[in-house]
Design a protein around this ligand. Structure first.
Ligand code: MN
Length: 381
């Protein structure tokens, strides 16, 4: 008996959840059909090796080698490279979501995630516009899709302009890499103030996705570490960027100046939130004489109020909400990526939530997401 037929016989066991982390995969011809040829060829693209194990990313004239993420099927031992072939079709994708019990999705780009490695502001601007024009067409297939607009971050003025344009196109969230592109001042800088102000004014949610730091030309191909321990070390490295980004916003008083600004960190787990909040509060108290700028409230209050996070499998994440008081925790599928829950979403949700009181379960599976994106129709009960 397959999992799906088992579920259809027991519909009462379906847990519906909104997903704070999913991805669109831009079509291969997106840029050749939307941009002049000289610009299209410099936008990010992947050329896979014949054996399917490595790929070369071509981004704005630079090349980066990386190992293609893959998963081994636990039963057959075979490598699995693609698990969700429906993901790129806006109608068939809904069949996958219905099967998995995923209602609405915060959807990040895929190629768009590499835009932090583009160095030409003009290319980044028009390329981001092309991605966003395509993503909003995808969105028009269903209100369950909440795509993030790719925000060009080489020039804050370009970022402001695209936030305004994207809001006008009905985007509700903007994708930001966890650090700005190489050579651009970091989030602590005053150059970003107009961007935070525009996000707060438009109501666009600032959406960080972990693992989106720009590629460095001299970095190791395929990750930060190679050899012994590399796979686990690299997976941890991708996690810290979201925590740093949030810390920079809190430490520089961004939420005092822009209290309406809402931030989500996707795919980075959840228990880090209370941990970072505690550390910041201790620092604020014990190093108060050196703290600049002074904050209106304790650092933890901003993290617990303005910041949200998504996790997929983490067993400790529910406790961040139920035992540590951070109620802005939401579940995420990471569909269709290999780290995600496609194929076992219901199993994961039951393992996470069967012993959790209904109010807390509802908050984490659907409520926190609905608070960020109130325009989305409510999930089935
Ligand atoms: Mn993801």
């Amino acid at each position: 008996m397959t999992e799906s037929s088992e579920r259809s016989e027991h519909p009462e066991t379906m847990i519906w959840a909104n997903s704070g982390d999913a991805h669109l995969v831009e079509p291969a011809d997106l840029f050749t059909t939307s941009l002049p040829a000289d610009l299209a060829e410099r936008m990010p693209r992947s050329v896979k090796d014949a054996d399917g194990r490595w790929e070369t990313l071509h981004i704005d004239g630079a090349e980066y080698r990386r190992r293609i993420p893959k998963l081994s099927d636990a039963e057959t031992g075979q490598d699995v490279f693609e698990r969700a072939p429906n993901a790129n079709d806006p109608v068939r994708r809904l069949l996958d979501l219905n099967q998995e019990g995923i209602w609405a999705e915060l959807v990040y780009p895929s190629i768009g995630i590499w835009t932090a490695s583009i160095t030409d502001p003009v290319l980044l601007r028009v390329g981001s516009e092309a991605i966003n024009d395509w993503a909003i067409e995808f969105q028009r297939s269903s209100p369950r899709y909440v795509p993030t607009a790719t925000i060009p971050l080489l020039d804050p003025a370009d970022a402001v302009a695209e936030i305004v344009r994207a809001t006008g196109m009905s985007f509700k969230a903007g994708f930001f890499s966890v650090t700005p592109p190489t050579g651009v001042d970091d989030w602590q800088s005053e150059i970003w103030e107009p961007v935070w102000a525009t996000l707060a004014e438009t109501g666009m949610v600032l959406a960080f996705h972990i693992g989106t730091e720009p590629h460095e030309a001299d970095s190791n191909p395929g990750g930060y570490f190679r050899g012994r321990g590399g796979a686990l070390l690299n997976y941890m490295e991708t996690t810290y960027g979201g925590q740093r980004a949030v810390t920079k916003l809190i430490a520089t008083g961004v939420f005092d100046r822009h209290p309406a600004l809402k931030v989500v960190v996707s795919e980075g787990g959840a228990t880090w939130g209370p941990f970072v909040a505690d550390r910041l509060d201790e620092a604020y108290r014990t190093h108060f004489s050196a703290v600049r700028p002074r904050l209106d409230r304790l650092p933890s209050e901003y993290l617990y109020t303005n910041v949200y996070a998504s996790f997929q499998h983490d067993r400790s994440a529910v406790a961040a909400a139920t035992a540590m008081g951070w109620t802005n925790v939401m579940w995420g599928s990471d569909y269709p990526h290999l780290e995600g829950t496609f194929g076992h979403t219901q199993k994961t949700l039951h393992e996470l939530f069967d012993d959790v009181p209904e109010t807390s379960r509802h908050r984490i599976t659907v409520g926190a997401f609905a608070e960020l994106f109130p325009h989305v129709p409510p999930a089935p009960e």
